[in-house]
Design a protein around this ligand. Structure first.
Ligand SMILES: Nc1nc2c(ncn2[C@@H]2O[C@H](COP(=O)(O)OP(=O)(O)O)[C@@H](O)[C@H]2O)c(=O)[nH]1
Ligand SMILES: [Mg+2]
Length: 214
């Protein structure tokens, strides 16, 4: 979802939270949108998404961040969850190796269900529990590089890098979108006004008459 509207905000970006159950997705969301943290583990928070409006490169951007509501436990995330998402925060727990090993599974899930241009940030959460660390920064950095992901370690508990993680995703999305808008503008202005483009002449394309009649 990347709509441009007139009031309230310039852009609305849908971002999805993914990763194994218990890694801290819901607390990352509550930290970012309400500056709250909850030590008790509640599998289902119940909200589908929460929003926060912030400035990105002088534009007002409304981030609409979707939480799984516990569905990841049952591998029951539906494609509706991913539909229209322009960003993803893929979270693992630095104290649980299995949650890091599953990052590749979540990436496959994204490739199957989400837009191929989706901006992905991998977050190694619970960085406050360094004494229990089971995933090194080097391993994570290596995976991020080979998969072309941005990467940060975060702590929802201590509010470390939560802002930065979302700011980075939103900035990347904004830059992709403004580049696209610029390219579209340039393409439009490079066609002299009043020129007729006859689609039916493009007979080799295999799309003759598919969308236009002359
Ligand atoms: N120490 C620590 N615990 C965290 C952090 N983030 C979440 N937790 C705890 O991890 C558990 C699971 O968090 P939750 O947000 O429900 O994970 P979710 O299943 O991915 O949504 C809860 O007990 C949280 O309090 C963090 O950054 N540091
Ligand atoms: Mg949750």
């Amino acid at each position: 979802m990347a709509y441009k509207v007139d009031h309230e905000y310039d852009y609305l970006f849908k971002i999805v939270l993914i990763g194994d159950s218990g890694v801290g997705k819901s607390n990352i969301l509550s930290r970012f949108t309400r500056n709250e943290f909850c030590l008790e583990s509640k599998s289902t928070i119940g909200v589908e998404f929460a929003t926060r409006t912030l400035q990105v490169e002088g534009k007002t951007v409304k981030a609409q961040i979707w939480d799984t509501a516990g569905q990841e436990r049952y591998r029951a995330i539906t494609s509706a969850y991913y539909r229209g998402a322009v960003g993803a925060l893929l979270v693992y727990d630095i104290t649980k190796r299995q949650t890091f090993d599953n990052v590749l599974r979540w990436l496959r899930e994204l490739r199957d269900h989400a837009d191929s241009n989706i901006v992905i940030m991998m977050a190694g959460n619970k960085s406050d529990l360094n004494h229990l660390r089971a995933v090194s920064q080097e391993d994570a950095q290596g995976l991020a590089e080979s998969e072309g992901l941005a990467f940060l370690e975060t702590s929802a508990l201590e509010a470390i890098n939560i802002e930065k993680a979302f700011q980075t995703i939103l900035l990347d999305i904004y830059q992709i979108i403004s580049k696209k808008a610029l390219a579209a503008q340039q393409a439009a202005s490079s066609v002299p006004q009043g020129t007729t483009i006859n689609v039916n002449n493009m007979s080799d394309s295999g799309t003759k008459g598919a969308c236009c009649s002359s």
